[in-house]
Design a protein around this ligand. Structure first.
Ligand code: FAD
Length: 450
């Protein structure tokens, strides 16, 4: 797939990978072996019938290909762009053992984009029963799709003023154009799913009220993990130290990159330190570069092979001149008049492997100081506590994640899935949870009514 050139793209927010042409899609599809027992399908958390949709591409019947994907995946254009395919479907592709695996993500994107403007004919028989969903991220959207197909009257309540969760406020435009998120969501609206924005469940309206006043038969919580984890080091509260979620939200949702058209500027300066090594850190670093920073450093406490971000994001960041400074762990920020100007890092070395399978970083008690104008902390997120604090009977664990058994929470009729249960994970895992939870919700409602 062709990409926008690095020298050009660091000056704009347009999408980087340009997508397959028809010829490229046909050529790539022709490599698929159409295995009798395809390993790619069980490796996909929503079980897209991958060989079948690739076969449709080979037959040049893109509409059929789209229909096949859309049965199982309500957000194909999005997943084709952001899924960590190398760890899922492509990781399981038998061709990958000797050659490169089929580029399933790129093909999904191609077919997904083909279908964006067409509406699938899905027959829905209304069952006149209501359910509510908290949060419009991938978990909520996927649950809404499955429940709507079963005939439920579905309303999604979203705290923010726009829909899509991280797809909207977290992942930058240059990786996931917001027009695509909107088109995918509009399709759900056409299927009859209702959306309520600016509704913070737990504040605007409570879970009890959703049952007693709004007459919902069940509730699905997909409220994500939007609370940033702090480093807890001196100087972290200085001006110029951001948390990645806040930083990215200000660009993606508040359009601070488009100042003065949007009156919400953000200052990064010339030297920006991004702390962390996941997708969120890569997004923050590449965004800072596009906002005009000259030097953007990723400070990561392990080595290059341990970076948890998607391979593609790492190589795109490298191409854009992001400077990876490895085996460094920030221990303090220094500043002048409460404005950050330095970060102090301890040099680390790698020890034994820990439970995560990665080598444990160990401090060496040697330190280096780096001059910076701003820093973006990106070391993880946990669930926002608003809902659990205002819903007393809702059991959570020590990290604030909702405890579930078969997606059922400690409150009868309240189900949950996605990052709010698993902790920060991936789009497709959240979608898988939303889809699977619908089976248990439907069963619960039908048993209650019989
Ligand atoms: C910057 C960034 C980049 C990422 N990149 C990738 C990637 O490339 N590939 C990938 O697979 N994954 C990526 N992820 C992870 C992925 O986006 C998440 O795992 C996924 O979005 C989780 O989906 P969710 O529906 O559980 O939660 P979210 O997407 O977080 O959505 C939850 C929604 O619930 C709303 N909400 C919260 N509380 C309430 C409330 N009380 N009332 C009403 N609404 C509420 C929130 O406003 C939000 O809109 C990334 C994450 C971030 C932050």
């Amino acid at each position: 797939m062709h990409n926008q050139s690095p020298s050009k793209r660091i000056h704009n927010f347009d999408e980087v990978p340009l997508g397959y042409t028809k010829d490229q899609a046909l050529l790539e599809a022709s490599r698929c072996l159409d295995c009798k027992n395809p390993l790619c399908v069980p490796a996909c958390p929503v079980a897209v019938q991958i060989p079948e949709f690739i076969k449709a591409i080979k037959e040049e019947d893109m509409e059929k290909g789209y229909k096949i994907i859309y049965q199982d995946n309500v957000l194909p254009s999005i997943c084709g762009r952001v899924c960590p395919q190398e760890k899922q479907c492509e990781g399981a592709c038998i061709l990958g053992k000797k050659h490169s695996p089929i580029a399933i993500g790129a093909l999904e994107r191609y077919v997904g984009d083909f279908g964006l403007s067409s509406q699938q004919e899905i027959t829905i028989t209304d069952n006149h029963q209501k359910i509510a969903i908290v949060g419009s991220g991938p978990a909520g959207l996927s649950n809404a799709y499955s429940m709507r197909k079963l005939g439920y009257n579905v309303t999604i309540y979203e705290a923010l003023h726009d829909f899509g969760g991280v797809l909207q406020y977290g992942i930058p435009e240059f990786r996931l154009p917001k027009a695509i998120v909107k088109q995918e969501i509009d399709k759900l609206k056409t299927l009859g799913v209702h959306f309520e924005k600016n509704s913070v469940i737990g504040k605007t309206i409570t879970i009890d009220q959703l049952f007693n006043e709004k007459d919902n038969q069940a509730i699905f919580i997909g409220s994500g993990a939007g609370l940033p984890r702090a480093l807890n080091v001196p100087g972290e509260n200085f001006s110029g130290v951001y948390y990645a979620n806040e930083f990215l939200t200000r660009v993606n949702l508040m359009k601070s990159n488009d100042f003065p058209h949007h009156t919400t500027p953000i200052k990064v300066g010339n030297n920006v330190a991004v702390i962390g090594g996941g997708n969120v850190a890569m997004d923050a670093a590449r965004t800072a570069k596009r906002l005009g920073a000259k030097n953007v450093f990723i400070l990561y406490r392990r080595d290059m092979t341990s970076l948890p971000a998607r391979k593609e994001e790492i190589s795109h960041a490298e191409e854009e001149g992001i400077d990876f400074r490895l085996l460094l762990n920030p221990v303090a920020f220094k500043g002048n008049n409460y404005i950050v100007n330095q970060v102090v890092c301890e040099t680390m070395k790698l020890g034994e492997k820990d439970a995560s399978g990665r080598h444990r970083p160990i401090g060496t008690k040697t330190y280096q100081t780096i001059d910076i104008d701003s820093a973006i902390v990106s070391i993880g997120q946990s669930p926002n506590p608003i809902l659990s604090r205002t819903t007393k009977q809702l059991e959570t664990d020590q990290w604030g994640r909702i405890v579930t058994h078969d997606y059922q929470t400690s409150i009868p009729g309240v189900f949950a899935g996605g990052d709010v249960v698993s902790g920060a994970a991936t789009v497709i895992l959240a979608m898988g949870a939303g889809k699977d939870a619908s089976i248990y919700m439907n069963q619960y409602i039908q048993e209650k009514r019989s």
